[in-house]
Design a protein around this ligand. Structure first.
Ligand code: MEV
Length: 423
């Protein structure tokens, strides 16, 4: 299996599917789950309330990705024209020195229980900690199946949080949720514990909900790049300057991290996971781990002068529950990824986030973003101007050649083309 498929982008959609099925060792019929008619209004209505339709988003495949020595083709769902090409490009630059290496914490999600009107918050904290074993046992009882597969509560913590008018006692349960995203599991536990927590702590319980700042469920990815693969020493130097601005300046960090999330959210969405949970976790972590708000990735030179890029992010994604199992497109995407655990999925998602970031930082340092970005965006412009079928490529070629990425120009080119072909 290789994730490097030369000429992939020149194939038509059917040929691409065959190439992907062959490389990923998956049944071609499974990829029908990515067809435009695979998910209809009936399924939509079964999934949410008040459904009136579906909103198709393109799914592309990022090539060139190697994660922990395994070649992997990565389905990405995105509306942004340049994302899949950039991820593939970033991944290609890492291949010479082995692609991406990952590591992770255990899949531990945390849930909060808020106590208000506690007369003695400091003593309440200790009373709750004295009852930790009882509370943990009660939480584990809520999900025997999770405990059976090796998950369950891993820790109990009580924090005192100063609100404007009183000090809240906030109990945290840290729960190993194994292959689930875990929101339902931990929220159920928190609701079951609330009564007993109020009895022990005093006061009353208000909120019982997971925290999306999943800072005990982290995945890390690392890649080493040769200067010649990113465009030379000067590009490396300028990538380091670009990174440094993202490290110290929240205005740049927000955009830098948005680029990382271009990759991460596209795979999260393609696999039927909760994009908002992962986005919220990433940005909250960028604030808590890199105050006041900084880059989620790092760039350095190693002892050999190579560029080393790293990324560490909360990764609350699952393979069980949610849309992952029921949505035919998510099932197809997971089959292409060939993953059998949430940990493996999280590793690939994080690697793609880093690939995306490498491509963006490199493009910004080397050519500026518009050259590549607008060439790809030209497809959208051509389509908005009304080009269909072969016309799209013809209009795109002209727009790129002229460096004119405007719809009015696309319309003129299209009119010329049509006049030429009918005249
Ligand atoms: C565009 O969607 C993402 C970038 O702005 C990311 C970045 O600036 O690093 C290109």
């Amino acid at each position: 299996m290789s994730s490097r498929i030369p000429g992939f982008r020149h194939l038509d959609v059917g040929e691409r599917r065959r190439a992907v099925a062959e490389q990923a060792g998956t049944d071609l019929a499974t990829l029908d789950g990515l067809g435009a008619d695979a998910f209809g209004t009936e399924q939509a209505a079964a999934m949410i309330e008040n459904a009136i339709g579906v909103f198709p988003v393109p799914v592309g495949v990022a090539t060139n990705v190697v994660v922990d020595g395994r070649e992997v083709l990565v389905p990405m769902a995105t509306e942004e024209a340049s994302v899949v090409a950039a991820a593939s490009n970033g991944a290609r630059m890492t291949r010479a020195l082995g692609g991406f290496t990952t590591s992770a914490t255990a899949p531990v999600m945390q849930v909060q229980i808020q106590l208000v009107d506690v007369p003695d918050p400091r003593a309440a904290r200790l009373r709750l900690l004295e009852h930790a074993d009882e509370l943990v046992a009660l939480a584990d009882e809520q999900d025997p199946r999770l405990v059976q597969v090796g998950g369950g509560v891993r820790g109990l913590q009580v924090r005192l949080v100063d609100g404007a008018h009183q000090t809240y006692v906030v109990l945290h349960l840290a729960v190993d949720v194994r292959d689930a995203m875990g929101a339902n599991a931990v929220n159920t536990m928190a609701e079951a514990l609330a009564g007993r927590v109020a009895q022990i702590g005093g006061g009353r319980v208000v909120l019982r909900i997971l925290t999306n700042l999943a800072d005990q469920r982290l995945v890390r990815a690392r890649a080493v790049l040769r200067a010649e693969d990113v465009g030379g020493e000067q590009v490396v130097e300028d990538m380091l300057h670009g990174y440094e601005l993202a490290r110290v300046d929240p205005y740049r960090a927000a955009t830098h991290n948005k680029g990382i999330m271009n990759g991460i959210s596209a795979v999260v969405l393609a696999t039927g996971n909760d994009t908002r949970a992962v986005e919220a976790g990433a940005h909250a972590y960028a604030a808590v781990a890199h105050p006041p708000y900084g880059s989620l990735s790092t760039y350095e030179r190693d002892g050999d002068g190579h560029l080393v890029a790293t990324l560490e992010v909360p990764m609350p994604v699952g393979l069980v529950g949610g849309a992952t199992r029921v949505h035919p497109s998510a099932r197809a995407a997971l089959s292409v990824l060939g993953v059998s655990s949430a940990a493996e999925l999280g590793a690939i998602i994080t690697a793609v986030g880093l690939a995306q970031n490498i491509a963006a930082v490199r493009a910004l340092a080397a050519d500026g973003i518009q050259r590549g970005h607008m060439s790809l965006h030209a497809k959208n412009i051509a389509a908005s101007a009304g080009a269909t079928g072969d016309e799209v490529a013809a209009v795109v070629d002209r727009l790129v050649a002229e460096g004119a990425f405007r719809q009015d120009r696309a319309e003129e080119i299209l009119a010329d083309l049509r006049a030429g072909s009918t005249g």
